[in-house]
Design a protein. Structure first.
Length: 81
C-alpha cells in the first residue's frame, strides 16, 4: 500500500484461547494521527486482558513496516496491547 491513513482508533479483541491474531501494515507512508487532536490508538488485546487476570486470553501482534512516518505522527500514535 502506497499510503496508510490512520485518523481514528483501531481495535481488535481476541476472544479465543488458542492462537492470537497477527496484523501487519506495509506502507510507503503512514500518516493521520498528527491530524487529530488526541491522536489515534491501535489496540490489540485479549478478552479479559488486564494485569490482575493471569487467565486472560492473549492479544495479537502488530508489525508496522513504513518507509516514512513524520515525527508528529509518531508522537500521536498510541500502541496498546
Amino acid at each position: 500500500m502506497e499510503k496508510f491513513s490512520l485518523t481514528h482508533d483501531l481495535k481488535s479483541e481476541n476472544e479465543e484461547k488458542e492462537p492470537f491474531d497477527r496484523y501487519c501494515i506495509y506502507t510507503g507512508e503512514l500518516y493521520g494521527p498528527e491530524l487529530t487532536g488526541k491522536g489515534c490508538s491501535i489496540i490489540i488485546s485479549g478478552k479479559g486482558g488486564v494485569e490482575s487476570n493471569p487467565d486472560a486470553y492473549q492479544g495479537g501482534t502488530l508489525q508496522i513496516f513504513a518507509e516514512h512516518v513524520e515525527a508528529a505522527a509518531v508522537e500521536k500514535l498510541h500502541l496498546d496491547g
